[in-house]
Design a binder for this molecule. Sequence first.
Ligand code: ADP
Ligand code: MG
Length: 582
Amino acid sequence: MPDIVKILPADVSNKIAAGEVVQRPSSVLKELLENSIDAKSSKITIIIKNAGKNLIQVIDDGQGMSKNDMHSSFIKHATSKINNIDDIFSINSMGFRGEALAAISSVSMIEMSSSKINENDGYYIEINGGDIISEKELNINEGTSIKVQNLFFNVPARRNFLKSDFVELKHIINVFNNIAISHNEIEFTFINNDEEIFYLKKESLKKRIISIFGEKIRENLIPIDEDTQIANLHGFILKPEFAKKSRSNQYIFVNNRSVKSQFINHSIFSSFDGLLRDGYYPGYFLFINIDPSKIDVNVHPNKTEIKFDDDQNLYSIINSAVKHCLGIYQVSPVLDFEKDPSMDISYSQVKSDPKIPSVEIDSDFNPFQIFNDEKLGDLFSEKSTENIESDFENTVKEFTKIFQIFNKFIVSASTSSLIIINQNLAHQRILYEGFLKSMFESSTDSQKLVFPIQINLSKQQLSMFNKIDSEFKSLGFQFELEENLLKITSVPNQLKNNSVEEIIDDILDNDNDFNESNSLSHSDFFAKALSKSSSIKSGEKLNPNEQEFLVNQLFSCKEPNLSPYNKQIFITLSKSDIENIF
Ligand code: ADP
Ligand code: MG
């Protein structure tokens, strides 16, 4: 029998490795930007077409490469940044694995030109799927330009896997934001589909954050500055009023490298205890400087995961530093750190008189009474799901008592079972089906506003908005756009009692959902996002009519079991389930 184990040819193994380093256009951008930074550039221009699917180009004025360097830069494990294994532990540069260019070039078409400082002659190389197809002398300015076109052109499965332009552009802007915030000493220009989205000159960290996120963030920035033996912290924490329903404003940098860390997020979140509404997350731009030998950044090839040797101490340092800075700026009711933490009361309770806890039940309420409360009609638009038949209808009719507990759940009992419904998820489902229906049937009911809502969009919000404006229209939004001022003149009926500004802000800024979304289309994605941000939240008290209405609407939905994001909406306990508990 012939031997069957063989070493993969370099082009195949590079393509496989490429999957680790290059997941999507934004990962290419990240690698190219990190290389430009490592090359000590002071000006970087980024040019993107079709959310990076067709073009990602990075032009820098850094130290450049020689012709030979350019040739070897595409070879796997070719790097100028470390020489031996010890260097890994004292690494200061952003890249060091020497994998990125090899990986990117194996799955795209690259044109690279470069010229070294103080050397007049530059060089140009064109590479297709890892092979050099042309090269020549080229007179260019000092620095490097790398143009990555048609990403995954030779791996169709991966190319098809890319999400909509809207989603991919979000990832790209997220990468850009992280780099631009942590490199305020560099001038950046960002051009998307021939339009300049950012021009950021060299500026202070505070100004950089304002240039990116817009003037409205200015007065919400609370500086944080803490020196300890374990780590130094600096940056800004955002006031609780600026908290968002997503984690999109959470930026953590360790030794100036953007990282993700659940435990740091948790540490900061718990410092905000009692200051945030349910379902809201704090924002921050936190820079942690720590001895590089006390961390490991090499846990994953895309280098965003990080491990700390001393994470417990770091947790408490961050936690108290954030409390401290919230305290100094008087946003927190807790100023005394020596105080017994079990005595802490939440902010919302400080202002109100204590109440005896109660479960509200309206014993006179008759669930079979025909619903005709006008105010309620405003809150839930009944029309959208009016005619949908459902198996659950009979079940609902059986319910005799409906009440709310913890301002979060609707509980209902029938003769044979008890059902506990998550009000927020239920309402998401109801709205989601309603939105989809309006979009597909173009049967939107919209409400003209007496006073148009005016929203100043930041440049990045504007480019996101341009990608979903037709979905906005199909839902019943009417608007005019004057430069970056969005004037909304009509809103869909379902939304007329909501803070439309907050919802739009939320949709345009939200990152987490985009990562998780497996949506088939823009419309579906948009309906999900909109239903999530405009739904009744946990913590909202509902009157008995509203509770009843929510239950009825839910069970008229096509899929009452799962929220648009696939979370379980309710649980049922049968009589025997309950008996078994005892
Ligand atoms: P790494 O950054 O891990 O060393 P890369 O594959 O990203 O590996 O890059 C390989 C090498 O190419 C780098 O070590 C560097 O010497 C060179 N290089 C890449 N991009 C640039 C650039 N923009 N300017 C100067 N040199 C660069
Ligand atoms: Mg690199």
